[in-house]
Design a protein around this ligand. Structure first.
Ligand code: MN
Length: 288
């Protein structure tokens, strides 16, 4: 057994996107701060409507997948084909942009807390131009594993085996085989879980500090920082002296060149120029 260790820390920075939504960006704040195939992780969290009310009006995407996971609040997703997804507390949307979508993501509340994440996962070259697709996942479709130490694990994507329980999430077998877990541990509690060898992995504590590793040599990762992990087939984590909430993301790396221009993520500059031209000519989303 080899236990994964903390290899690199990406401290999130405060930024804004869309119509002016305030958020914390860890992965993706610079193009060299990614973890193949993960391109970006944004956390939005505010009690103040001014920070989120402008939402994300109509904008395009091509070449990757975006996952929105809501902890609190209500957001409506709508695209150019009038596909619609209602995202409420505890729900997720797995969107495959493929060759193109033009969509909006707008808050459906004018007060109260809005909190959640958006994650971008790259697609392999052979799938970048496939038709757009959506999977809307309601809170009750996300399995919750209860741990002996009082903690919980929500499985949004992939499969995991913890304490002899094997559980699969609602999203399976996309080409990068992502595992997406939302883990909560009471103060001081520990958890050991398997991670596929050869898959890249990172953790993102969003409440409390995280300790990584075994024995007395644990490494500490502060709240709102992405912690990129070394190779290994297991991860040992522990909540520090307060309750912990942490995301764990793992996936198979693509090892392909990435050329990104805002919402377009392709393999070559020519493909980016094509995406921009297609968007201008109204052909980003056409099927012919
Ligand atoms: Mn979007």
């Amino acid at each position: 057994m080899t236990t994964r260790t903390l290899k690199q820390v990406i401290k999130s920075i405060a930024t804004s996107d869309g119509g002016g939504v305030k958020l914390l960006r860890s992965l993706g704040q610079h193009q060299h701060l990614r973890l193949d195939p993960f391109l970006m992780l944004d956390e939005f969290s505010s009690m103040n409507a001014d920070d989120y009310i402008a939402g994300f009006p109509d904008h395009p995407h091509r070449g990757f997948e975006s996952v929105t996971y809501m902890l609190d609040g209500h957001m409506l997703h709508r695209d150019h084909l009038e596909n619609q997804g209602d995202l409420k507390s505890g729900a997720a949307q797995w969107m495959t942009a493929g060759r193109g979508i033009i969509h909006s993501e707008m808050p459906q509340q004018t007060s109260g807390r809005m909190r959640g994440f958006q994650l971008w996962i790259n697609l392999p070259a052979k799938e970048k131009m496939k038709p757009a697709a959506y999977q809307d996942i309601q809170p009750e479709q996300i399995p919750i594993m209860n741990l002996l130490n009082g903690g919980t694990v929500k499985i949004i994507a992939g499969k995991t085996e913890i304490e002899d329980q094997s559980i699969a999430g609602p999203i399976q077998s996309t080409s990068t085989e992502p595992l997406f877990l939302d883990i909560r541990l009471p103060a001081g509690a520990e958890l050991m879980l398997p991670i596929a060898l050869g898959h890249n992995a990172f953790v993102y504590p969003y409440e409390g500090q995280l300790k990584i590793g075994l024995g007395t040599e644990k490494q500490i990762l502060a709240t709102h920082c992405a912690g990129l992990l070394s190779e290994g087939d297991h991860l040992a984590i522990q909540a520090d002296d307060e309750n912990l909430a942490v995301l764990l993301l793992t996936a198979k790396p693509l090892h392909e060149p990435i050329v990104q221009y805002g919402p377009f993520v392709m393999n070559t500059h020519e493909e980016i120029e094509q995406a921009i031209a297609d968007y201008r000519n109204g052909r980003l989303v056409s099927q012919d």
